[in-house]
Structures are given as structure tokens and as C-alpha cells.
Design a protein around this ligand. Structure first.
Ligand code: UDP
Ligand code: MG
Length: 317
């Protein structure tokens, strides 16, 4: 039987933690009773430098019930870093890990289906939001716009999937080789590969507390996602440079015709041509420098070049 760890980052979630604990206790005990997961399975809370009583509560819960455990970061490092801390710690104890948010907006009943897919050979199962009936109009539009924009920018992400996901231990082992500091987890896991599947669920409302992702953090997150995964913005500069150079040729012809027809102010031809041509040349040069910076940036990440899924050679003893 496989050991499951559920990893949950928490930042100032004292209002939420008791209810979350109650619901997960029922869920996980039920899975253990049905012999779907081993009785060593646990829920692991990651305290992300909370300023309230979250960590005290986690310690208390752990004292009362060993089904719950926790780690605490030295300070607030943000959702993605807290998640990585949890995932990489949990892989030392678990065969399979599920990550989710503290407010249980992600339906915990999807866990059964995720585990079923895992037992059928999937290494990653993405939780995908099928409906956002409970989200505000603004959240829905910004969130869905975000996924579309990312796709446009060439980032391979699963539409409407956040960080509710099942990963096997071997995926987490491979994941630990991605050393990048600018983290955008939902962009990294599709890069790892292996057999994957999705599970659909309806996203619920936050039952207590307020969102820890205000608009500013969301925009930062989106920007991080694009700049950590795509060199397209750099390529745009190159394309723009070419475009302006092309326009400058048209302007040259136009200015020349005006000069020849005498329909002209003294010096206008020279200035106009100079502005357009130099502008285009500078933009193109910037784009070329950008291309090299893009290469350097990809090299510095030192991402694994490939991941071997199966190897038919006999293992050496
Ligand atoms: N979170 C965190 N560190 C932060 C911000 C958020 O660990 O700096 C956690 C938070 O406690 C929650 C999860 O990230 O478990 C998602 O946050 P939230 O539910 O507020 O985001 P939303 O659902 O509004 O996008
Ligand atoms: Mg939430």
C-alpha cells in the first residue's frame, strides 16, 4: 500500500485551519480504512512565516493527532516556495504527494479519483477547475485571461489548473533537479513529462478568512510565470526592430519623392529618414542582444535536458 502525504501551505490561516483539519481528518481516515493508502499517510502543513497563531495551532493539532504534521519556514517566502519546501520534504516519507490550498477551495473529494488514476499508472494528476460559479466575476476573468495569455506567450500550462495536483515520488525526485529560484510550479510539472491525467472539480468559496493573493501578488505571479518560461518578449523586440526598419524604407521612398517633386521643407528629408532608420536599427540591435541574453538565461537555469522514464538495461549490482 502506498503512503500519501497531503501538503498544504499556510500563510495567516488561523481562521481556516480547524475546519480544514476536521474535513481532512475524515477524508484521510476514510481512505486509510478503505485500504487505498497506508496508515503512515499524513497531512503536512507548511507554515509560511505566518504572523498569527497558525504555527501554534499546527503544533497543537500535531500533538493531538499524529495524522497531522508540519514544517515551519523561517519567514514568509510566498506560496510557491512554501509549496516546494513541503513537496521536497514530503517526498522523503511518501510514495505519492498531493498539494492543495489551506482554504479547501479545491474539492477534497477529487482525491479519490486522483489516487485511482495514480494506481492506474499516472505519475502526475492535475486538478482542473471545471466551473468557477463561486468566484467573483473579476477573479474569473483575470484568472482565465491569465491562462490564455500564458499560452499565447508560449508557456505550456494546463488550462485552469492551479496547484492542486498529485505527484508521485519519482516526479518529485526529478523536480528536485530543477534548480531555478523564480518559481512557477504549474509551468515546471508539464516539462517533467511521464504519464499524466486530469481530474475535474468545482471550485468552492473560501469558507473563512480572506484571499492571500491580492491583485498585486497575482500580477507579480503572472509576470514571473511569463519571464521564467518564455523568451517571446525578447523576440518581440527583434520583430519590432525589423518592422521599423521596413517602415523606414517606405519612408525613405516617400521622402525622396517629396524631395524630387519639390514639395518639401529644407532638411526635412534627412531628419525623417534618420529618425526612422536609426530607430529601427537600435531596436533591432536591442533585439539581437536580447536573443543572446535569452540564451544565457536558459543556460543559467540548468534545467535537466532529458528525463529517462524506463531503462531496459539490467541494473548493476
Ligand atoms: N499562501 C502561502 N504564502 C503566501 C500566500 C499564500 O503559503 O505568501 C497560501 C495560503 O495560505 C493558501 C494558498 O497559499 O493555502 C492559496 O492562497 P489563497 O487561497 O489566499 O489564494 P486564492 O485562492 O485567493 O487564489
Ligand atoms: Mg483560496
Amino acid at each position: 500500500m502506498k503512503t500519501l502525504y497531503i501538503v498544504i501551505p499556510m500563510f495567516n490561516e488561523e481562521e481556516v485551519i480547524d475546519e480544514t483539519t476536521k474535513r481532512l481528518r475524515i477524508k484521510v481516515n476514510d481512505l486509510i480504512k478503505k485500504k487505498i493508502i497506508s496508515k503512515d499517510s499524513k497531512v503536512m502543513y507548511v507554515n509560511d512565516g505566518s504572523k498569527d497563531k497558525t504555527w501554534e495551532k499546527i503544533m497543537q493539532i500535531n500533538k493531538e493527532d499524529k495524522l497531522f504534521t508540519g514544517i515551519s519556514l523561517s519567514r514568509n517566502k510566498g506560496h510557491q516556495n512554501a509549496l516546494v519546501a513541503g513537496l521536497l520534504t514530503a517526498r522523503n516519507y511518501a510514495d505519492v504527494v498531493i498539494s492543495m490550498d489551506a482554504d479547501l477551495q479545491d474539492d477534497i473529494n477529487a482525491i479519490d479519483e486522483m489516487l485511482e488514476k495514480y494506481h492506474n499508472g499516472c505519475d502526475i494528476v492535475y486538478g482542473v477547475r471545471s466551473a468557477r460559479k463561486k468566484d467573483t466575476f473579476f477573479k474569473k476573468v483575470t484568472a482565465e485571461g491569465f491562462y490564455k495569455f500564458m499560452k499565447l506567450m508560449g508557456v505550456d500550462i494546463v488550462y485552469n489548473h492551479a496547484d492542486y495536483r498529485l505527484t508521485s515520488k519519482r516526479v518529485l525526485d526529478e523536480f528536485s533537479n530543477f534548480k531555478e529560484v523564480n518559481l512557477f510550479l504549474r509551468g515546471i510539472f508539464p516539462l517533467i513529462g511521464f504519464k499524466t491525467d486530469v481530474v475535474y472539480y468545482e471550485r468552492a468559496e473560501r469558507f473563512a478568512g480572506t484571499s492571500k493573493y491580492p491583485l498585486k501578488k497575482m500580477l507579480n505571479f503572472a509576470w514571473d510565470g511569463i519571464t521564467s518560461f518564455s523568451v517571446k518578449p525578447l523576440r518581440f523586440i527583434c520583430v519590432l526592430g525589423f518592422l521599423i526598419l521596413f517602415i523606414s524604407i517606405i519612408i525613405m521612398i516617400y521622402a525622396f519623392i517629396r524631395k524630387v517633386t519639390g514639395n518639401n521643407v529644407e532638411g526635412w528629408t534627412f531628419i525623417t529618414i534618420s529618425i526612422w532608420f536609426l530607430g529601427g536599427l537600435q531596436m533591432l540591435s536591442l533585439g539581437i542582444v536580447g536573443e543572446y541574453i535569452g540564451k544565457v538565461y536558459n543556460e543559467t537555469k540548468q534545467r535537466p535536458r532529458y528525463i529517462i522514464e524506463d531503462n531496459l538495461l539490467e541494473t548493476k549490482i
